[in-house]
Structure formats: C-alpha cells, structure tokens
Design a protein around this ligand. Structure first.
Ligand SMILES: Cc1cc2nc3c(=O)[nH]c(=O)nc-3n(C[C@H](O)[C@H](O)[C@H](O)COP(=O)(O)OP(=O)(O)OC[C@H]3O[C@@H](n4cnc5c(N)ncnc54)[C@H](O)[C@@H]3O)c2cc1C
Length: 433
C-alpha cells in the first residue's frame, strides 16, 4: 500500500490488480463483489443473535453511556468505551495485544500522521485512545500477528473489520489468533490532506506538528462541536473549531475516500462489538462524550455486564431506533444515497451491495444533495493537490468556502442562495444527524 498524490492509500499496481484481480485478493477485499457480504459474515459469526435489524445487523443488546472507571472517558474521543473494552481483554489475559491506530510521534516530511500498531501494554493501549480520521492500512500488523504467536484484538472501521473477517476465513492462523474484533461506526474515511488543510487554516504547516488531535475535548462545550488542535515542537498549540474551517462540515464530504461511496455498513455489522457517538440529545450537548454501543458477541456482553454491575461502566440499554437516530445522516447516505449512486453509469467492476439500485424514491432536492456531496469529494482531492503543488493554500480554501456555501444553501437553506432556493421551494431538507 502506498499514498497516492491525493493522500489516499492505494494498493501499489492497483490498475493491474483491478484488470486481473487474483482469486486471493477478490476473496479478502471488503469491496470485492466476489467476497461474502456483511449479512453472510454476521450470520456466520452471530448465528444465534437475539436481534436482527436491517440497519444495525445482528446483535444482543445496544447501550448508551460511557466508561466510569478512571479517566477513560476524558481521554477518549467519545465515552472512552473502546479503550476500556480493549483494556479489559488485555488485563484479563484474554488477549496479548491490540491492533489499533496510534499517532506517529513527530511526523516529519512525508511520514504518515497515524498508523496501525500492535499495543501489548496498558500504557501503549491508552496512549492510542481517540479517533484518527486518517488513512491507515493493516498489512504490517497482520504480518506481525502471523509471525508472533498469541491472541489479538483488532479495532477498526467497518470495512477494515470486514477485511479482517475475510482474511481470517482465508487464513486459519489469523482466525486462531484474532478472537476479538472491535468496530467503530463510520461516516466515511478521509484522506491525509484533511489534516494538512486544517493546519493551513491554523496558519501552520503540518510538518511542524508534534501532536495532532482531531477532536479535542472540552466538558463545557457540546460534544458535537468538534475542535482540532495541533501541538507544535516547541509545545505551543493552535486550535480551530471544525465549523470555522472551509472544509470542516463532515457531511459535505470533503476528502472522502471514493470507496466510501459504495459502502452500506455504518455500524460495523461484522464486529463482535461496535461503538459510535451518541449524536442525540441530551447526549450530544454533553461535552464529556457519550458512546452508543452495539454488542454482538455473547462473550463481550458478559464483560460489559460485569463492568456495569461493578459500576465501572455507566450504560443503559436502548432500543434500535435510538441507535439509528444517532446515525441518521450516515444511514441516509449509505442507504437511499447509495441506491441513487448505484444507478449511475460506471465502468469497470460493479460493486455488489445489499441495497438495490434505484430502490428509493428521492426528491430532486435530495438527489442534488447526493450529487453535490459526490462532486465535493471528487474535486476536493484534485483542487487541494493543485493548491499544494503551487504552494497556494488560498486557491483551495477559496474554492472550498464557495462550494460549502452552496452546499449549505441547498442542504440547510443557509445564506442568500439558501433563502432564494427556499423561496422557490428547493433545498433546506437535510438534518445533520
Ligand atoms: C474514520 C472514522 C469515522 C467515524 N465515523 C463515525 C460516525 O459517522 N458516527 C459515529 O458515531 N462514530 C464515528 N466514528 C467513531 C467515533 O469517532 C469514536 O471512535 C467512537 O465513538 C469510539 O469512541 P471512544 O471514546 O469509545 O474511543 P477511544 O477510547 O477514544 O478509543 C478509540 C480507539 O480507536 C482506535 N482508532 C482511532 N482511529 C482509528 C482508525 N482510523 N481506525 C482504527 N482504529 C482507530 C484508537 O487507536 C483507539 O484504540 C468514526 C471513527 C473513525 C476513525
């Protein structure tokens, strides 16, 4: 895997692979039409699940809450539950290491900001808490797992967990050594350029960063007011709210990986347990952070129940509709949006999805939103590439502000364009979550 000019990880020689994909590659790529889908994998792993929901998949119980113990919540991006569950598995001796995404200390030059690492100690695991919206790849940690005997947990976004499941099905050694998978809900993956753009908007160069926090926490601000912070080599910091960035509206799709246009799994349906943010009042206003959790494996349900009984976790069971409401925008994009995108003409491999092409009846406004989001994703990579090459951040930032204003006009009836569109009965139909 190597970074392309847009800051996205691609298999090297991708064109040749795609022309003639090997049977081995086709069986483990999560977007391959020849690989099993999420429903098949979930049925294989959770055949006796208590519930089966068309959006949430198979599961035992869903909860809302956070880690009460120590400072897992304060140090996590959300309620700190991912690190808490991984720590329980590690300290109870159920695993020897955790594959997760940690920060590359002092990224210099072309070194990536984050990467998959195997943490074997509690200190290393805890140092890796927090969400990293940065391209990563699994080959190094999977090789290490193959090489060094032991039992491991893998943390990942839905397509990564699916790739791990498919790899385990193809490789008995991996299957034996990865008894647990911990999924993160996912809206979409960003390219490496998002962090660079955020640094530009803080009037900094990302190469000066010692530490980059995509979601700095502040208990006195609503949890969904994301704020990015860069710590420089001299210890000083620069921070900016995502809302004040030209490309900080997640839903507009800036720097989205194009594969995410063809994903239909928001909640890591193949993972033993999956975690997201409780984007629903009163939780979204609580700056300390709150998780929604979907427990699919009876083993992990037991672990969670012990944590609740010992008051180390504060969790309440919730209905599927609650979890779905926290991810409403993600499900629209991955269901009705996907069904629309699948109707577009396309060369090459046709993805095989659980959503049928054209299966939703969308208004002209909604179709325009999906088209615009697609165009923003596509062009953000290219305009940023040009601005970076010419060393003219203003070129990209002016473009991004203009398209964001148009997107907000259409989706939320904001600004002059939004008022005009609202007058003619077009626009203002999107809600953030
Ligand atoms: C690209 C991306 C998109 C997301 N989209 C959504 C969304 O649309 N809706 C939603 O509710 N939640 C989303 N999340 C999940 C959310 O950001 C939190 O990670 C989740 O709520 C868990 O929070 P926590 O406090 O329990 O985790 P923490 O205790 O902070 O632990 C997070 C763990 O995840 C690991 N990690 C961080 N980044 C990655 C990564 N890129 N790949 C694999 N492991 C990683 C860390 O190393 C750490 O071990 C997304 C996460 C990512 C990385």
């Amino acid at each position: 895997m190597a970074f392309d000019r847009y800051g996205q990880l691609k298999p090297t020689g991708a064109a040749a692979w795609l022309r003639e994909p090997s049977a081995e590659f086709s069986a483990i790529c999560p977007f391959s039409p020849a690989a099993g889908d999420e429903d098949e994998l979930a049925l294989r792993h959770f055949p006796a699940a208590a519930h089966k929901d068309p959006l949430l998949g198979r599961f035992e119980v869903a909860f809302v809450g956070y880690a009460e113990e120590a400072d897992y919540r304060a140090n996590g991006s959300s309620g700190g539950l991912v690190t808490w569950v991984a720590k329980e598995l590690l300290t109870r001796g159920m695993i020897d290491g955790v594959a997760h995404v940690t920060e590359n200390a002092n990224p210099q030059g072309n070194e990536p900001l984050s990467r998959y690492t195997l943490s074997r100690t509690l200190a290393d695991l805890r140092a890796g808490a927090k969400s990293r919206y940065y391209p990563v790849e699994l080959s190094g940690v999977l090789d290490e797992i193959r090489k060094i005997p032991g039992r491991y947990a893998v943390i990942g976004v839905p397509c990564f967990i699916k790739a791990v499941r498919l790899s385990c099905a193809a490789d008995p050694l991996l299957k034996e050594r990865i008894p647990f998978t911990l999924g993160l809900f996912c809206g979409h993956m960003k390219s490496a350029r998002m962090a660079e753009s955020f640094a530009w908007q803080m009037h900094r160069d990302l190469r000066e960063a010692k530490h980059f926090d995509y979601r700095m926490k502040s208990p006195d601000r609503p949890a969904n007011w994301y704020r990015a912070q860069m710590t420089l080599m001299d210890g000083s910091t620069s921070a900016l709210d995502w809302w004040h960035m030209a490309d900080g509206d997640w839903g507009a799709g800036f720097f989205q990986n194009s594969a995410c246009n063809f994903c239909d799994d928001v909640v890591a349906e193949t993972a033993d347990i999956a975690f997201g943010d409780a984007w629903h009042e009163p939780y979204s206003s609580d700056g300390r952070g709150t998780n929604v959790v979907i427990v699919r494996s009876p083993h992990l349900l037991n672990l969670i129940q012990v944590g609740i009984a010992e008051k180390r976790l504060s969790l309440s069971p919730v209905e599927p509709d609650f979890v779905i409401a926290t991810q409403a925008a993600g499900f629209r994009q991955r269901r009705e949006g996907l069904s629309f995108r699948l109707t577009w003409p396309r060369l090459g491999i046709r993805p095989r999805k659980r959503v049928a092409a054209g299966s939703h009846h969308l208004s002209a406004q909604r179709k325009t939103i999906y088209l615009m989001r697609y165009a923003i994703s596509h062009w953000s990579h290219r305009v940023f590439w040009l601005a970076r090459r010419l060393n003219q951040p203003v070129l990209y930032l002016a473009w991004a502000r203009a398209v964001l204003a148009s997107y907000h006009g259409l989706a939320y009836s904001r600004g002059k364009l939004g008022r005009f569109l609202a007058r003619i009965g077009f626009g203002g139909i999107e809600s953030r979550r």
